[in-house]
Ligand binder design. Structure first.
Ligand SMILES: Nc1ncnc2c1ncn2[C@@H]1O[C@H](COP(=O)(O)OP(=O)(O)OP(=O)(O)O)[C@@H](O)[C@H]1O
Ligand SMILES: [Mg+2]
Length: 419
């Protein structure tokens, strides 16, 4: 096969190697067009990092972060708009984590329908200090960067105004606020920059005053492509699987493929309806499934069968437990079974082991041990085993802290009764 060398278009021409111009950015230093996909850094898994802080670099995250940086450097506020689960919050949080703390002071504010303009004012005031008689700001030499999540949540009052937003509009236009005490004197607030994120209007989110939005640079984030979703979760799970056996590492791709296929099936076949209004599934659910899989420890998970079985548990826990009737449940169980059968055609023992009921996982074997003792996730096998485990925990608890009168055998039986 002939290998074509990557030739970069210079600034006199428009690049045409990628589908759209948005796939490029202008590298001013080298006077050429660079495709985003050439510059996406490889993901390096850090087991110490909390799952919620992981952001796998993708074309979308690099592009948005670049835009955020560009706008932040010139002090222009930015608002990211997009459907739920399009990683608005994740990207901004990651951007904020990268900012040097010696130059920036950060303030995170989550708006809700109950947020008042006074809440906003108090929040901002708590982050600034007095510089002169009527001027306030972050400590000299620092910039205050305020991130407002869910900007369009505040309630619309009877005059059609979202009060927190009206207050922010005043802040943007005049660079300050009125003191809310008796005097009502004006306070200039310096060195402050805003970032915001909001979903589309509807479902508790309101239309925001367009005059306010016009003060921001507005960027719309779209749902990542399948390829990107696979890349994100495969990178994380493969990173975690490095601590597990080779057999499991090989099954990572299959698990991700099955998860995505089933997720797509759920979205299409189980749409939200008035009686099932909570059937809303998005990237956050995929994150929860993979977060569950990242709890696995090599002492309890060594074989492909165990790995696929725990995947079934995580998928059921996050997706199937939300389904409200036996019919929908049965549909999903059937789909899970089909996926496992297709991917493990030659290994009936994996299918058999995965689909065996009951499906019970937990991390409470050493529930009575101290805080420092790690709690490891494991397959609890069946109700009998759990009954004895609960008994043991109860006895141990009784020995340490005295018997608990309320808990008796019936309670234990109730707790583990599937119906
Ligand atoms: N590149 C990525 N790497 C790792 N996880 C990601 C990435 N992109 C998105 N996620 C995950 O996807 C989920 C949804 O992202 P996020 O919470 O940022 O969505 P959102 O756009 O803020 O949604 P909402 O409008 O509901 O607030 C999160 O769990 C986040 O961790
Ligand atoms: Mg969000």
């Amino acid at each position: 096969m002939k290998i074509r060398l990557r030739k970069k278009a210079n600034v006199r021409v428009l690049p045409n190697g990628q589908p759209t111009l948005y796939d490029y950015f202008l590298d001013i230093q080298n006077s050429c067009w660079m495709a985003w996909k050439w510059v996406v850094p490889d993901y390096v898994h850090d087991p110490e990092k909390k799952f919620s802080e992981i952001l796998v670099p993708t074309i979308d995250t690099c592009r948005t972060t670049w835009l955020l940086k560009l706008q932040n450097d010139i002090g222009r506020p930015v608002v990211l708009v997009g459907e739920t689960g399009t990683s608005k919050t994740a990207v901004v949080q990651d951007f904020l984590r990268q900012l040097p703390s010696e130059n920036y002071l950060q303030l995170n504010v989550n708006f809700s329908s109950r947020t008042t303009s006074l809440d906003v004012q108090r929040n901002i005031e708590s982050a600034v200090e007095k510089r002169t008689k009527d001027t306030y700001g972050p400590p000299i030499g620092k910039k205050l960067i305020v991130f407002i999540d869910d900007l369009n949540m505040p309630q619309v009052d009877e005059y059609g105004t979202q009060q927190p937003i009206a207050l922010l509009k005043l802040f943007f236009e005049r660079g300050g606020l009125y003191e809310r005490g008796k005097e009502l004197f004006w306070k200039n607030i310096r060195d402050t920059c805003f970032l915001a994120a909001m979903g589309k209007a509807g479902g508790g989110r309101n239309e925001v005053d367009p005059r306010f939005v016009s003060m921001f640079s507005v960027f719309n984030l779209t749902f990542p492509s399948d390829e990107t979703v696979v890349h994100i979760y495969r990178s994380i799970l493969a990173g975690h699987a490095l601590t597990l056996s080779e057999e499991i590492q090989e099954a990572v791709s299959i698990v991700i493929t099955m998860t995505l296929e089933l997720y797509k099936a759920v979205v299409i076949e189980l749409p939200p309806t008035p009686s099932k209004f909570h059937y809303i599934f998005n990237l956050r659910d995929l994150s929860r499934i993979i977060a569950g899989m990242c709890q696995l420890h090599k002492n309890f998970f060594q074989t492909t069968s165990q790995f696929i079985r725990v995947w079934r548990n995580e998928f059921s826990r996050v997706i199937c437990d939300r389904l409200i009737n036996a019919e929908d449940q049965a549909l999903m169980i059937e789909k899970i079974k089909k996926q496992v059968e297709t991917h493990f055609e030659n290994k009936p023992e994996v299918v058999e082991f995965t689909m065996r009921d009951p499906l019970l996982f937990g991390d409470y074997r050493n529930a009575c041990a101290g805080e420092d003792e790690p709690r490891l996730y494991e397959d609890l096998l069946d109700y009998d085993a759990i009954y004895f485990l609960f008994q043991e925990i109860l006895d141990e608890y009784g020995e340490r802290y005295g018997k608990i009168g309320l808990v008796n055998d019936n309670f234990v039986a109730l707790t583990i009764d599937p119906d």
